[in-house]
Ligand binder design. Sequence first.
Ligand code: HSE
Length: 446
Amino acid sequence: MTEIRVGLLGLGTIGTGVARILIEQQVLISRRLGKNVRLVAAADRDLSRDRGLDFSGVRLTDDANDVVTADDIDLVVELIGGYEPARTFVATALEHGKHAVTANKALIAKHGEELFPLAAEKGVAIGFEAAVGGGIPCLKALREGCAANAVQSVYGILNGTCNFILTKMENEGADYADVLKEAQELGYAEADPTFDVEGIDTSHKLSILAAMAFGSKIRFDEVFTEGISKITADDIESAAELGYRIKLLGIAKPHGTNGNVERVEMRVHPTLVPVHSQMAQVSDSYNAVQVSGDFVEHTMYFGRGAGERPTASAVVADIMDIARVCSSDGGPDEVKHLAPAMGFVESERRDLETLAVADIECEYYLRLMVQDQPGVIASVTSILADHRISLEAMSQKERSEANSVPVIMLTHETSEGNLQAAISRIVGLQAVEEDVLILRKESAVA
Ligand code: HSE
């Protein structure tokens, strides 16, 4: 039986999970593949910690360079995370003719466009299923299962930390800061939660999904990104009264003419979704991805977006996909039997523009703090009317101790540029405070 020999970088939570699967599920994997996947070496700076696994027969090292250049390794699994040194290790592995598998969304979002051509030049594969949606096989579904479709939209709840926080705020009426603290104490949120709560992690994942959906290059830096840190328990309650739930969504849509995609819309922000939609039911730390295509219509993929076992499951599925067509005694043509990493052959991937933020069209939720005086609402709605912005609903909360009261408005569809122009005039009104919360609404989620 032929085999593929694996080297692992990082024996943290996910690395330990991958080692566990490769050791404990060896027989099942061989039965599914018709060949062996053998863990040959693993590198970690801390080898003293007991991972509860029998590593006999596995070369353990504290130097990752030993793994990425070793002659007896066919495939390197990078589970260090972050941009560097992960980028250097993966690039070195590819340069040495090794396949690479990673769970690192930051790496793919930021450096994928240099790693894909390098892999192609060397005739090796790069897999990153675990980078988006953790254990959910959503990239494979988009890349292969939905391959016959022109994709019309992608929506995702892609960050478990944010979904956990928003769910708890909703269920308990609790404040953001208190729930974040609790999430940190429980180990759900990082000590520095910025990447998660400010939407950056979701943007990494969305930029990968968008490029795979529309055959474009990954443009992570151009994703319009807002996090959840300004959402209050009152906003969640107001949204619920209007029939919506607030989720941090990644949203990608194609724009163009005659079926040609010319620009890609990419945005990440807290979003009002109809309370009865499937997306609204995705709670706690779960993730979900909705892909809609012109033939298949709506599809949705749900599951664990993080954690040792789900993420390791996706990493090993990638290893098995590569092992299915490649082996230690094979040649560079083998990877041609794999679906292209980004779902389109490399020469057909386009350097498409990102839709300008001002041109994004959606419906809005506005929270204005206004003085409770005659004529204030009339002044606000008159400005909205000047900008041809139509209101769907409005509510005013009772007077608080402060002089200002929150007024919630739901608008019909308008462009971001038009909305912002109206808001800059509204905050110029003497009776309106400057701090306006703008949330966006998506009625089209399934
Ligand atoms: N930090 C991510 C989350 C998991 O909270 O979902 C890894 O992508």
